[in-house]
Design a binder for this molecule. Structure first.
Ligand SMILES: Cc1cc2nc3c(=O)[nH]c(=O)nc-3n(C[C@H](O)[C@H](O)[C@H](O)COP(=O)(O)OP(=O)(O)OC[C@H]3O[C@@H](n4cnc5c(N)ncnc54)[C@H](O)[C@@H]3O)c2cc1C
Length: 316
């Protein structure tokens, strides 16, 4: 007979790990996390630079942790270590390198399908975030320069001329960090950065003040072209500038097709419909973390979602 899980958690980022820990601590036994990467927390691993400061109150949002995961300020490495420790201590079962393709509900049970297997659960928590598909600009990126147009810092080397595009904490952190070893422009369509936290605001002020970084604010990019194998950026102020690399840090997209295949109802803006307990219209199916907010998610927010969803699930 196939094992019936009390809860299957899809996605092993902060929301998913948090949901699994809360499920265990609050008394559930048969818990499985399914993660498409080869380790937990793929967004943190791929998009955070090494030694990145990790702020609990990210994007200036103060969050009081409600549940059992006592997440504090730290670094990329200390955050990953902390999640490792939680997973080990609570003996959380995680299926790695396993991507969920769809979920079906029949007779009150959920059937979770991956490429190679099927799982059955009484409840499912979706915590797959948005960074599986980072937001791309609306204009075309010529194929010949795609290697030079990136969404994280993996390909950056030193002494490159780089434009970082975006106005949130991640764009500012990327730009300030790169400015230590590269020639960096920070381009944002607005003239101010209303969403960034105080530390990043000060870092940005210092980097501009010491002329380590060039701000190009209140200005949009109209198009990209290939110029001699480099990235030519055409701005709407009439100027064009050639860079070795462009990095877009403009958030991620909602996995609409995936949510449809999971039977999640979407609103007119193609966002999942969930109630205050993060339950979808399908009883027992929850969405937590970045996917549960329009924008501005954070690790602490994802952990609080997980606690609330699991608490509600246990009452059901
Ligand atoms: C550059 C950057 C810097 C940031 N800095 C901070 C910070 O300092 N402090 C802070 O609080 N927040 C920060 N954030 C935001 C924070 O990382 C997110 O809010 C948080 O990771 C959201 O957690 P999540 O669990 O919802 O999603 P994610 O962390 O995105 O995790 C989703 C997981 O689901 C997996 N997955 C996706 N699809 C499937 C599938 N079909 N099947 C199985 N698994 C799947 C992914 O591989 C991934 O591991 C930052 C974000 C970025 C991009």
């Amino acid at each position: 007979m196939q094992q019936v899980y009390d809860v299957i958690v899809i996605g092993g980022g902060p929301g998913g790990v948090g949901a699994a820990i809360e499920s265990k601590v609050l008394g559930l036994e048969k818990i499985l996390v399914i993660e498409k990467g080869d380790n937990h927390s793929q967004t943190i691993r791929k998009f955070y630079k090494d030694n990145k400061r990790v702020d609990k109150d990210y994007q200036g949002q103060e969050v009081e942790i409600k549940g059992n995961v006592q997440f504090l300020d730290g670094t990329k490495e200390s955050t990953l270590d902390y999640f490792d420790e939680l997973i080990d201590n609570e003996e959380i079962d995680i299926a790695f390198n396993t991507e969920v393709e769809k979920i079906e509900k029949r007779d009150g049970m959920f059937f979770v399908t991956t490429a190679n297997a099927g799982y059955t659960a009484k409840n499912v928590i979706i915590a797959i975030g948005r960074m599986g598909k980072p937001n791309k600009p609306s204009y075309k990126i010529p194929l010949s320069i795609r290697q030079r147009v990136n969404y994280n810092l993996e390909k950056c080397t030193q002494a490159e001329k780089i434009v970082v595009v975006g106005g949130g904490d991640s764009a500012v952190e990327y730009a300030v960090y790169l400015s230590n070893t590269n020639n960096v422009t920070l381009n944002y369509r607005r003239t101010e950065f209303p969403r960034i936290n105080d530390i990043n605001r000060q870092d940005l002020k210092d980097a501009i003040g010491y002329e380590k970084l060039r701000p190009r604010l209140g200005c949009n990019i109209l198009s990209l072209e290939n110029q001699d194998g480099l990235v030519k950026v055409n701005y709407d102020d009439g100027y064009s500038v050639v860079y070795d690399r462009a990095i877009y840090a403009i958030g991620g997209t909602t996995p609409v097709e995936f949510l449809r295949k999971c039977g999640v109802e979407l609103d007119e803006n193609k966002q999942p419909i969930i109630d205050d307990n993060f339950e979808t219209k399908s009883a027992g199916l929850y969405i937590v973390g970045d996917l549960a907010v329009d924008s501005g998610g954070s690790i602490a927010i994802a952990l609080n979602h997980a606690f609330k969803a699991v608490t509600h699930m246990l009452k059901g």
